[in-house]
Design a protein around this ligand. Structure first.
Ligand SMILES: Cc1cc2nc3c(=O)[nH]c(=O)nc-3n(C[C@H](O)[C@H](O)[C@H](O)COP(=O)(O)O)c2cc1C
Length: 316
């Protein structure tokens, strides 16, 4: 069976991580992924500390397996959520949208494993020096906040630059993606968009359906001006956002326009005026399936591919 350093580090069966996702990374999805042998991660997003604590408790009621929590460093509640994670002794910390360096010593003192998400080689090296246990190298194909480098280009460069295990994220949705990530030197994968379209995810059915209908160029990146470029499915909101950016609205005005849009799209299912975060891999996703099936199919497909690659060798 496919086993990597990530399986040992996080004490999980399969080298598959469900990326912490704002609004969607709730106890339902997290516990399903961890129960299926992957690593589920609670997405704390911009939620208040009490909500995060409740999600930790709910997850513990539904699984005895390891799980993690994603700290959105841009959240106004980030510092308080960090305190909750420390008090609750969540075993694994993932961080997004920023540099977690100042917080790493406290996580390490508390015996937690730290796995920051990065989109540059420089930040990966800096966080290894700061004590990170693993690095998620996330390419621009990803859903959510993105950098500029593709997964194919970023992952091997991060692998060559650090000694700790690297996890590939962005544009992975099946066993071919897992096999490719391992070939690039990663020790596992992190997926977001694929898990949005799982039976257990609380994402609104209309949002899931939009992902199922997507093709390879259905996503766009907006919000560069706010300092957090974000990839989502193109809709009325992204068109309006691009027009307002061109019209030169101030950062404050755009922030106001953007407020609440993610919840509106992901949870309330407003597919035109809400934000529908998704990666380019949406074009590959055709079915909503239970988490366990998604994970087992990906592992089986990757194992078959890895074994069959030797067929490319010829005697002559
Ligand atoms: C709906 C959604 C919400 C997300 N929210 C967060 C977040 O709060 N913090 C974070 O670090 N990453 C977030 N991400 C990124 C995912 O954790 C993951 O790294 C990414 O989706 C991987 O790329 P993929 O979508 O191509 O699988 C989000 C992604 C999606 C699709």
């Amino acid at each position: 069976m496919l086993k990597t350093a990530i399986c040992d580090l996080f004490e999980i069966k399969h080298p598959i991580i469900q990326g912490g996702m704002a609004h969607v990374g709730t106890a339902e999805l997290v516990s399903a992924v961890s129960n299926a042998g992957g690593l589920g991660i609670i997405g704390s997003g911009f939620y208040e500390p009490d909500w995060v604590r409740q999600q930790i408790h709910l997850t513990r009621q539904q699984t005895s397996k390891p799980f993690g929590i994603n700290i959105q460093l841009a959240s106004p509640f980030a510092k308080q959520v960090i305190e909750v994670a420390l008090e609750e002794q969540v075993a694994i910390i993932s961080t997004g949208a920023g540099n977690p360096e100042p917080y790493i010593p406290r996580f390490k003192q508390a015996g937690m494993k730290v796995m920051p998400v990065v989109n540059s080689v420089t930040l990966a090296k800096q966080l290894e020096r700061a004590g990170a246990d693993a690095i998620v190298a996330e390419g621009t194909e990803s859903g959510g906040h993105v950098g500029e480098t593709t997964t194919m280009v970023l992952v091997p460069q991060v692998v060559d630059s650090v000694r700790i295990p690297v996890i590939a994220a962005g544009g992975i949705g099946d066993g071919r993606g897992l096999a490719a990530a391992l070939a690039l030197g990663a020790k596992g994968i992190q997926m977001g968009t694929r898990f949005v379209c799982s039976t257990e995810s609380i994402a609104h059915p209309r949002y899931k359906q939009k992902i199922l209908e997507a093709h390879n160029s259905s996503t766009v990146v907006t919000r560069q001006i706010l300092g957090f470029p974000q990839r989502s499915l193109q809709n009325k909101l992204t068109d309006q956002f691009q027009e307002l950016e061109k019209a030169g609205l101030s950062k404050e005005e755009l922030e106001l326009f953007d407020r609440g849009r993610m919840y509106l799209g992901l949870i309330e299912g407003d597919i035109e005026d809400g934000s529908l975060l998704a990666g380019q891999i949406a074009g590959l996703i055709r079915e909503i399936k239970p988490v366990k099936v998604i994970i087992e199919e990906i592992v089986a497909e990757a194992e078959t591919i890895i074994t069959s690659l030797k067929n490319f060798y010829r005697e002559d």
